[in-house]
Design a protein around this ligand. Structure first.
Ligand SMILES: Cc1ncc(COP(=O)(O)O)c(C=O)c1O
Length: 413
């Protein structure tokens, strides 16, 4: 892709803009049709090549309008409490649809951390089951909440990563035993984009009588999730990234038959059986997964989150997965041609929407790409490039052209 200068910004001009892709642009039908349908609803693409959904999804006109609607309703109606509650229930329903659950199995939370903390606070550990197994792909919050349980006499066992950026099932096999109460596993690792064999882990855990918590934050919106065939016991994610909402909204799924046996000690009045009873003399958690909630719902973020979830439904998660798979393959091939090292597994079944590229100085590389109008992020020595339905094959070409100019910052193969 030619890197002509954009006169206004001094940056290399980005091709594509907001228009649907022209015939002859790079990519197959799968990598052109989808962004053509929705890209114009994300104004950032008029200015930048945005490939950073692993940090935060791009802002759509729909989400912007939802925030305006929140302010309008506040202004016009004061505190439309019943409507807010209705919106909160709508969010519960949308999260449930996203993962194939029943709404009563879903808690609407302000962060993944909040839902997971409430869950851990209520887990019963029997005498012979005192261990929590966590994969080394976990986001800090899950690792830290697990280790906090050491204060309550629990033990934490880590499952190590192999040299090829995967965690093979044998590693889980060695860590899970008859003392394991819970296995915490992340679907797609935020550091390197590696995708765990969730079905395999669930099988091993259940064979040994342990429960499974899936952190699907880096997958939700780009990988179809269905809790019934996946057979996970708990699942948590949030709206900041591929669900196209904003900060301050997340959810926790808890399988219906497990809800009653878990009594969170981290709690609040929105977890009560009857919120409006206003009873300060007892603790009676809701009979549903609402028992994992805390206080006033994050109303503005629910407006935004619902708009994001509607977009995700409209785009279609399966279509997004297929589209994104084409883009990640295109990027990996291009980095290979540049002689760079890919830190994400090459097997398409072992990766999601995120490709990590080894950098000699990842912060300098992110800054250099930013100067070229390409928005990325980094973790752990790697540049992170992540795609959604709005990204195009041309975006990948822009990223590759920028990497070519900054080749000195790539770790050679
Ligand atoms: C995989 C994963 N889990 C958890 C989190 C944190 O979620 P929250 O801040 O909502 O607790 C993130 C956020 O970056 C993440 O990528």
């Amino acid at each position: 892709m030619g890197a002509t200068e954009d006169a206004a910004s001094g940056r290399p001009a980005r091709p594509g803009g907001t228009a649907p892709h022209s015939v002859g642009s790079p990519g197959t039908e799968a990598t052109t049709v989808l962004p053509g349908r929705i890209r114009q609803r994300f104004p950032i693409f008029e200015r930048l090549t945005y490939v950073n959904s692993c940090s935060q999804g791009a802002l759509s006109e729909d989400v912007r309008a939802a925030y305006h609607a929140y302010l309008r309703d506040w202004d016009e109606q004061g505190a439309p409490w019943e409507y807010w509650v209705e919106r909160s229930e709508a969010a519960r329903g949308a999260f449930a649809r996203l993962i194939g659950a029943d709404p009563d199995e879903v808690a609407v939370t302000t962060s993944l951390s909040a839902g997971v903390s409430a869950l851990f606070s209520g887990l019963r550990f029997e005498d012979e089951r005192t261990t929590i197994v966590v994969s080394d792909f976990e986001f800090p919050t899950v690792g830290q909440i697990a280790h906090a349980q050491e204060l309550r006499g629990r033990r934490v066992v880590h499952v190590p990563e192999a040299d090829d950026a995967t965690i093979p099932l044998e590693h889980f096999d060695a860590a899970i035993d008859e003392h394991t109460a819970l296995v915490a596993v992340t679907h797609v690792c935020y550091r390197n984009g590696s995708r765990v064999d969730v079905e395999g882990v669930v099988r091993l855990a259940h064979e040994r009588g342990a429960l499974v918590l899936l952190d699907a934050y880096q997958a939700a919106g780009t990988i179809p999730l269905d809790v019934r065939p996946l057979d996970v016991d708990f699942l948590a994610a949030g709206t900041v990234k591929y669900l196209l909402g904003s900060a301050g909204l997340a959810f926790l799924y808890c399988r219906s038959d497990l809800v009653e046996g878990i009594r969170p000690t981290s709690t609040g009045w929105f977890a009560d059986q009857d919120i409006f009873q206003m009873d300060i003399h007892d603790y009676s958690p809701a009979a549903t997964a609402r028992r994992f909630e805390f206080g006033t719902p994050p109303v503005p973020n629910i407006y935004a989150g619902l708009a994001g979830l509607e977009l995700v439904e409209e785009i279609g998660v399966a279509a997004t997965e297929e589209h994104v798979r084409g883009l990640t393959a295109q990027l990996i091939d291009g980095v290979d041609d540049l002689g760079g090292r890919i830190a994400t597994p090459r097997d398409p079944d072992r990766r999601g929407p995120l490709v990590a590229i080894a950098a000699t100085d990842e912060h300098a590389l992110v800054a250099a790409l930013e100067a070229d109008g390409v928005v990325t992020s980094s973790r752990d020595g790697n540049l992170r490039v992540s795609f959604h339905g709005y990204n195009s094959a041309e975006d990948v070409e822009v990223v590759l052209a920028a990497l070519r100019r900054r080749r000195a910052l790539l770790v050679p193969k």
